[in-house]
Design a protein around this ligand. Structure first.
Ligand code: ZN
Ligand code: ZN
Ligand code: FE
Length: 759
């Protein structure tokens, strides 16, 4: 046998995911000698053996890495053979690195699950069981490199048995930083509604008894507290809504396993894969009519957000409780998720009837991620636990480190560094002090992990966003990025597109270059340049933001626009419930253009149509009526309404007044809301094709990206894809189409501005 040598470099998420022990086992199986080590950018291997053995070894790395590993890059070169003896794992070489070495939190693996269910195992029913393939990572990390002393597990010295596992390369727990057992690790504790410890009874049993009795329990999980209650009990759900002051917004539900999920929702293979992925996100699914879940969990939508347990604690709790559990963020509406024990007791007493806590601290709060299959494609709608702080790889490296501050609602931020875009955890709506503090804290932490303090600060163009104020208060060069330019850029960055791209950016609102609200935009984007090639005729928002809550005002504005001689108001049940003088006041505002800022958001048309044809005057949370209007559509209806494209306007403007008139006459003729909604969706899709075609005439045929919050709407996305058949088309997958993706786009644009020498 002629020995050969190979130097192999593996880049990607390969640390803290059991990669080295797996390499070690693979080397032993394939008869390869040598060594493997972590470095700041990944894993380096020096392998020696026969050419055939080395090929098999490399093939194995390529084709069957551990589930949580993500290989971006595998390269090798020949080196002189060496008689290396046994294959060994050598200590980390930590250099100043460009890539964060902390992996995301990983869902409990099947081996650990088997152990906690095995009465003869020393980890039987132990809620903090983990190994190199699973367990907490990002949420417990205090500093880099990711090592036990730099995590919140530093407080728990390992017992002799755990230590032996930790030090044995052949063990599944070799260098599993959070390794623990009931002898040495964190423990559960039950607390009363006022936060007093309840001694004696098993905390898990106590919590599950309370849940079965219909009570609300605050459960300390991985990235923060959940408020849990029996999802099958209408009373429990109603009580949670009242106490949490969340009247209508859907709650997420955790079910014990896939079989239980199937009883609640219809699940496609792509959705099943999302549910079972190591990220374990919430997956939005079509609820079954005979679902055991109380209807009030997600009242206004045919969807239900389900997730599977992702820590041993959740597995044990779900098994003991024996029913699906509402698991919603432990906060009052619009505040950040609570993560410390004392903080949770202060903020959640009055909501929870009791607490299930533990003594492992959560260093970084991290909400559950949310996903949905959109137009057949698994799409991340909220990118948080399970993904953070994994980088999105970008084709063109960032010109220099960039901090992008994001938007306003459902916000997060992004740090661009090298070829990585690090999107931070979901923060929420930047509307109160608590959220701002959580936002600043999360930015500081990710900067520390990456050992970087960017001097280029990108932010939204909106002068009054809190994130803009934060950006302005920072040292550095500020780059303002228009909202929809950033949306389009986020898709360009996600897909590594080169050259100019036509972006279809549809959302509720975003500050435009002219100071008005945009949101139905056709943009030609190449890096820092952005040309507007189409838009929607604006709707006038009587009273500004008030109209976004009182959507009847949007309905009224659309009618006045489409019927200038006086709309047939008396025939709409919508207006029967609204005081005459209010309708008159708003009518006068619209006629006199007083406090009626124009808004071009496609989302506003969803609001207005929903208000008129569902008879729904008020939206109680962002996007409620738009989502209701979407979900009622009868997909078998393929008709559509007429529209105009005013090419004399610069940019060309899509005029939906003919559609409004046609929908109104449909309505008066007794056409059903599901049919009108379907025709509305089909109309927007055909109008999009017309706008794209008009833009192609100016800019040539370009790749098209669909972006913005409206593309969380599966039906709209599918119809637009159909209408744009033959076009090279990109939809989001790993990056949220909504404002959770904005920061990535801002970082991308800012980098382009910098490399052009713009700042
Ligand atoms: Zn495990
Ligand atoms: Zn132990
Ligand atoms: Fe947006």
């Amino acid at each position: 046998m002629i020995a050969e040598g190979r130097h192999i470099e593996v880049r990607g998420t390969v640390q803290g995911v059991g990669f080295r022990p797996w390499i070690w086992r693979l080397a032993r199986e394939t008869g390869v000698n040598g060594r493997v080590s972590n470095d700041s950018r990944g894993v380096t291997i020096e392998a020696f053996g026969s050419g055939k053995a080395l090929d098999t070894f490399l093939d194995g790395i390529r084709t069957s890495p551990p589930p949580a590993a993500e290989i971006h890059d595998l390269s090798w070169s020949a080196i002189p053979p060496e008689d290396a003896g046994e294959f060994v794992i050598v200590a980390s070489r930590v250099r100043e690195g460009l890539e964060v070495s902390i992996p995301p939190d990983l869902a409990t693996c099947t081996d650990c699950l088997a152990e906690i269910r095995d009465p003869s195992n020393r980890r039987y029913r132990y809620a903090f069981t983990n190994c190199t393939n699973c367990g907490p990572r990002f949420t417990i990390a205090r500093e880099v490199p990711y090592d036990r002393p730099g995590t919140t597990m530093a407080a728990f010295p390992m017992c002799a048995l755990c230590r032996a596992e930790y030090e044995d390369p052949a063990d599944r727990r070799f260098h599993a930083q959070p390794n623990a057992c009931p002898e040495c690790g964190p423990m559960l504790l039950a607390l009363s509604a006022t936060g007093e410890p309840i001694p004696g009874m098993d905390p898990l049993r106590r919590a599950s008894d309370a849940l079965r009795a219909g009570l609300i329990v605050a459960v300390k999980g991985l990235g923060g507290f959940h408020l849990a209650c029996d999802a099958a009990s209408p009373d429990a759900v109603a009580r949670l809504r009242r106490r949490k002051r969340r009247e209508e917004k859907p709650f997420a539900v955790m079910v014990p396993d896939l079989a239980a999920a199937e009883t609640c929702a219809r699940i496609s293979p792509a959705e099943r894969a999302l549910l079972l992925s190591t990220e374990r996100p919430i997956v939005l699914l079509e609820r079954r009519e005979d679902s055991p879940i109380a209807p009030d969990v997600s009242a206004d939508t045919p969807l239900v957000g389900l997730m599977l347990p992702y820590t041993p604690l959740h597995h044990l709790l779900l098994e003991e409780a024996g029913r699906p559990l509402v698991m919603t963020s432990g906060n009052l509406s619009e505040e950040p998720i609570a993560c410390g024990n004392a903080e949770a007791i202060t903020r959640l007493s009055g909501i929870a009837d009791g607490f299930l806590v533990h003594d492992r601290e959560i260093e970084s709060r991290c909400d559950d991620s949310v996903t949905r299959v959109i137009a057949g494609r698994p799409t991340v709608l909220r990118r948080s636990r399970g993904w953070v702080p994994r980088a999105i790889r970008v084709e063109v490296p960032f010109a220099e480190p960039v901090l992008a501050c994001g938007g306003h609602l459902k916000n997060t931020f992004c740090i661009g560094l090298g070829n990585g875009a690090y999107i931070g955890p979901h923060i929420g709506d930047l509307e109160n002090m608590e959220t701002l503090a959580a936002y600043e804290e999360a930015i500081e932490r990710l900067q520390d992990f990456l050992k970087v303090r960017p001097e280029v600060i990108a932010h939204d163009l909106h002068p009054n966003y809190v994130s803009t104020a934060y950006a302005r208060a920072r040292e550095g060069r500020k780059i303002a990025v228009q909202h929809h330019h950033a949306h389009v850029a986020s898709a360009i960055a996600e897909h590594g597109l080169d050259g100019p791209v036509l972006g279809v950016a549809y959302d509720g609102t975003g500050y435009g270059n002219d100071g008005t609200a945009w949101g139905g935009e056709i943009l030609c984007v190449e890096g820092a340049s952005c040309e507007r090639l189409g838009t929607f005729r604006p709707v006038n928002l009587a009273g500004g933001d008030a109209a976004i809550r009182e959507v009847w005002r949007i309905g009224l504005a659309m009618l006045w626009d489409a019927f200038p001689d006086g709309p047939p108001l008396s025939q709409f049940p919508l207006f029967a419930g609204i005081a005459r003088h209010q309708i008159d006041v708003v009518g006068r505002m619209l006629a006199g253009r007083v406090s009626t800022p124009p808004a071009r958001g496609v989302g506003r048309y969803f609001d207005g149509f929903g208000a008129l044809f569902l008879g729904r005057p008020v939206s109680r949370y962002e996007g409620q009526i738009a989502a209701a209007w979407n979900s009622i559509a009868d997909e078998s209806e393929r008709g559509s309404y007429p529209f105009d494209l005013d090419e004399s306007n610069d940019p060309p403007e899509l005029d939906l007044r003919p559609s409004i008139r046609a929908a109104v006459s449909d309505y008066f003729a007794g056409q059903s809301a599901p049919a009108i909604s379907a025709r509305f969706h089909n109309t927007i899709s055909k109008a999009t094709a017309a706008l794209v075609e008009s833009a192609f005439e100016k800019a040539g045929s370009l790749p098209v990206v669909l972006t913005g919050g409206c593309f969380q709407n599966d039906l709209l996305a599918r119809r637009v894809v159909e209408e744009l058949a033959g076009v090279s088309l990109y939809l989001h997958g790993r990056v949220p189409p909504g404002d959770g993706g904005l920061a990535l786009g801002q970082a991308f644009v800012a980098s382009a501005v910098v490399s052009r020498g713009g700042v």
